[in-house]
Write a protein that binds this ligand. Structure first.
Ligand code: AVJ
Length: 349
């Protein structure tokens, strides 16, 4: 019975009342859900200022890659995904398409699909028919990003309980009681794990491991090491979309921090660092000049850089070791015929 299994155990009266108010019982067997949204802790303006100022004032200035994604930045990233040079998105999509049945068999039906960085929920929604999740939990930094996408998705899949969560999952993962505890499957596509250093990635994966029972799992997309020319082109396309995406972070800082970055005085720099096995992206000052922002200022000399992103590339074996170090064990992996990208299902150990 849908309703009983979806209600689960150990829920507070308040939560149950909330859940009831969001569902229409048609009969004993069938429940049509209304999506729920829960906004967890959000960083205050002060914390945000502090984080950004610390980065901009550091000897080697940096901005965290999460600041790419203001409204325009998210659109520019969507444009990157359409570029001939940027292979990860379409390669991963092809792997999911080709092996959907095997993937469903590996992860099992009726999981709680926890979509980390869900955005428009498009990637996860393509798995629904095959995976038949018992609950879908899209997570993004703010529930406002999720609201429209989830509402539309709930109409298409009225039998899947959907619970949108607003939280910054990169620092800590505390899932509310509204997320069923058993059969949690974390979904982390797009090779976003590459933004963490290997040490940070292990810590992050350990937190995922702690956030589920022994029946938990992870379905993750990982970009693999390949010909350096292909890697370099993917992060420095001829149309300059990646350059615009990178430079747009300054426009975002101007808004967030009341800064006065003159974007014309900066250029996009990116390259594959083979020793570290990562793409590094920077903004480089074209000439010496001063920049001011709320609570700080700095002179950037000609050629001085702001580090904006690392994107680590793994070997299959290297990533499997990372999972092992996190208390997980690889169940199955799928790659494309060129071995450019890997989708991996791991179980907690
Ligand atoms: C969203 C982090 C997976 O590293 O390839 C694309 C971001 N940066 N082009 C990546 C990105 C420049 C992307 N991730």
């Amino acid at each position: 019975m849908w309703f009983n299994s979806a209600q689960g155990d150990g829920k507070s009266m308040k939560e149950k009342a909330l859940l009831k108010s969001h569902t229409h019982e048609q009969n004993d067997e069938e429940v049509l859900y209304h999506s729920d949204f829960i906004q967890l802790y959000q960083a205050s303006e002060e914390e945000l200022y502090k984080e950004l100022c610390n980065g901009l004032s550091a000897p080697l200035a940096y901005v965290q890659p999460k600041y790419f994604y203001d409204e325009l930045g998210s659109k520019l990233f969507a444009a990157i995904c359409e570029l001939p040079e940027y292979y990860p998105t379409r390669t991963e999509a092809a792997i999911f398409n080709t092996h959907l049945d095997e993937i469903a068999e590996a992860v099992g039906l009726g999981t709680v699909l926890i979509d980390l960085g869900a955005g428009d929920c498009a990637k996860a929604s393509r798995l629904f028919t095959a995976l038949q999740p018992a609950q879908y939990v899209p997570v993004d930094i703010s529930v406002e990003f999720l609201r429209d996408a989830v509402a539309q998705l709930q109409q298409r899949f009225p039998h899947i309980r959907m619970t949108g969560l607003g939280m910054d999952f990169s620092t800590a993962i505390h899932l509310p009681d509204a997320v069923q505890k058993s059969k949690r499957l974390f979904f982390y596509p797009g090779s976003s794990i590459g933004n963490f250093s290997p040490d940070q990635a292990v810590a992050f994966l350990q937190r995922l491991r702690s956030a589920c029972d022994d029946d938990g799992g992870l379905l993750i997309g990982v970009d693999l090491v390949k010909d350096h020319a292909i890697l370099n082109a993917a992060y420095d396309d001829v149309l300059g979309v990646t350059a615009s995406f990178n430079l747009n972070v300054l426009s975002h800082l101007n808004k967030l921090l009341q800064a006065n970055f003159d974007i014309r005085l900066w250029r996009h720099v990116s390259f594959f660092n083979a020793e570290q096995s990562r793409i590094e992206m920077y903004l480089e000052a074209r000439c010496s000049h001063a920049v001011k922002w709320h609570g700080g200022e700095r002179v950037f000399k000609e050629g001085e850089r702001i580090h904006t992103e690392n994107s680590y590339k793994y070997t299959q074996e290297g990533f499997e070791k990372l999972l092992q170090a996190s208390g997980m064990v690889v169940n199955r992996t799928w790659t494309d015929e060129q071995n450019w990208f890997m989708v991996c299902h791991a179980r907690v150990q």
